[in-house]
Design a protein around this ligand. Sequence first.
Ligand SMILES: Nc1ncnc2c1ncn2[C@@H]1O[C@H](COP(=O)(O)OP(=O)(O)OP(=O)(O)O)[C@@H](O)[C@H]1O
Length: 257
Amino acid sequence: MQASRGEILLQVNGVSHRYGDFVALQDVNIKIPWGQLTALIGPNGAGKTTFYNVVSGKFRPTSGRIIFKNKDITGYPPHRLFRMGLARSFQITNTFGNLTVLENVMVPIILRNGKGFRIWSSVKKDRYSRDEALGILELVGLEELSRKFVRELSYGDRRLLEIAIVLAGKPDMVLLDEPTAGMTPEETDKTINLIKHLANTTGITFFLTEHDMKVVFSVAEYIYVLHQGRLLAQGKPLEIRENEQVKEAYLGGALDS
Ligand SMILES: Nc1ncnc2c1ncn2[C@@H]1O[C@H](COP(=O)(O)OP(=O)(O)OP(=O)(O)O)[C@@H](O)[C@H]1O
């Protein structure tokens, strides 16, 4: 499904989440239009993971509603959201170490095409899925590693593969959980370029959380800042960089990177 840029794809209305008596999210409101590359940032313990878990269906929020493609999806489990076009990388997608890189990308294509009942023979034979998977590997720059087993990949390439697997599900929106965590500076630069390229060419709307401010400021068009479970600020990267409250919340100086 595609919609014109500007229409709202994901809307989070007044979401709160508690762990027992502890309030991890309080009345969070977010609106992400189709095509807008959005980032969620915040100091350690701000509630980012909790927010992602709530949006991606891992937790049901204590209160509030989540609307995706104009449908109320509050409390839907991850696999149902995945079928609706809302995917989260590094959570739904587990790589299979004993399959090749190519075969790993073929699995979600085969599942999407309803051939999951004979998945292992399809992975070996299905030429259509194979061609589509190769196209995706080319997009993320892993085509030359297509015959390698996943266990042979470097950490950075494995993370790129996870992005490829998410893409193979043909999502409308992808939640990227710290896509560059643990990467070398070169891998980080490659991933930054990849995310920008994918956002510009695939029509997928990316929503990422990231500790590395260099990544955030170089890819995000719009940023939400969480602090102590509440939205502290939102705006374009320059506005966020100059926001005094945000600077104060990041006393460690992470914004200067
Ligand atoms: N299962 C849980 N039970 C109780 N408290 C929790 C639980 N998970 C998280 N918290 C608390 O909720 C708050 C928000 O945590 P969360 O992991 O969502 O923050 P975060 O912004 O992702 O942090 P970080 O950047 O360090 O990963 C923290 O104070 C954390 O200790």
